[in-house]
Design a protein around this ligand. Structure first.
Ligand code: NDP
Length: 259
């Protein structure tokens, strides 16, 4: 992972699944970040136990209370991260937190569509806005021209299920609210890439693969990928992408996916 060298990273939904996997992999890097901000909506809860244990052994993990569907929580998190960073910026924002409701098209409701869209799409939008000053600061403080994830980047965790061209694994589940939220997240990423390029911030949207997590393993099939394989793959991709890749939809192996 020689190519990815970040002083600070924030991962949302860092208490389990892929988010926790990111935290574990950042710790194992030859040059671990000085600050690994682990966003978690219920830091004292049972589901945060593993993250708490990890943080008690590694002082560079800072658990940040963060509910991505709540603008007040996002603003408080940005303030807290800013305090820890002192004068420096945030290199990498990984908008990983997400949710799915296993519904068929005919059963979708206003409430479910709204909740899933708020978490999966509006959350990353508000996170990008709130953390923009810190990301800008990181970009300004990094030497060299061009964009890179070591400098300043937003990584949005999307899904191939949001691809309009391919409508991945339709036969396994319609999950319409989830698909719509991720298709919209892909568009958001494209918009962020266009707007934030002048600030030196790279923006990409990722399909992590079909992964063995609570979300990925919810059905009757065992997903093919482990959290380790998926996260390792994504970090390798992040270490190699540059300005030409901003605004793209990539999978964990670096393949460009159809919108
Ligand atoms: P999990 O269900 O295992 O974990 C989801 C994480 O998101 C948890 O930490 C959860 O916190 C957090 N979260 C959910 N809603 C909120 C919220 N409103 N505010 C803050 N945190 C929240 O999912 P995965 O690890 O599998 O998924 C991670 C990302 O990858 C998601 O965006 C998902 O859509 C995407 N993805 C996953 C795939 C897979 O096969 N696993 C495939 C394609 C995409 P809590 O513990 O408090 O609920």
């Amino acid at each position: 992972m020689a190519g990815l060298c970040v002083r600070s990273v924030l991962v949302t939904g860092a208490n389990r699944g892929l988010g926790l996997g990111f935290v574990q992999h950042f710790l194992k890097m030859p040059n671990p970040p000085q600050w690994i901000f682990a966003g978690c909506r219920d830091p004292k809860g049972q589901r945060a136990q593993e993250l708490q244990n990890l943080a008690s052994k590694h002082p560079n993990i800072i658990i940040i209370p963060l509910e991505v569907a709540n603008p007040t929580s996002i603003k408080a998190a940005a303030a807290k991260v800013g305090e820890h960073l002192g004068g420096s910026g945030l290199n990498l924002l990984i908008n990983n937190a997400g949710m799915a409701k296993p519904k068929m098209l005919d059963d979708e409701t206003l409430e479910d569509m709204t909740e899933v869209y708020t978490t999966n799409t509006i959350g990353p939008l508000l996170m990008g806005q709130a953390f923009l000053p810190l990301l800008k600061k990181a970009a300004q403080g990094s030497p060299g021209s061009g964009l890179s994830c070591s400098k300043a980047a937003i990584v949005n965790m999307s899904s191939y299920a949001g691809s309009i061209e391919d409508v991945y694994v339709w036969e396994f589940g319609q999950v319409v609210s989830y698909r719509c939220s991720k298709a919209a997240l892909n568009m958001l990423t494209k918009c962020q890439s266009l707007a934030y390029k002048e600030h030196g911030i790279l923006c990409v949207t990722f399909h992590p693969g079909w992964v063995q997590t609570d979300m990925g393993g919810g059905g009757s099939f065992k997903p093919p990928l482990t959290v380790d394989d998926s996260v390792q793959g994504m970090l390798k991709v992040l270490s190699s992408i540059s300005e030409k890749d901003t605004g793209t939809f990539l999978d964990w192996e670096g393949k460009i996916l159809p919108w």
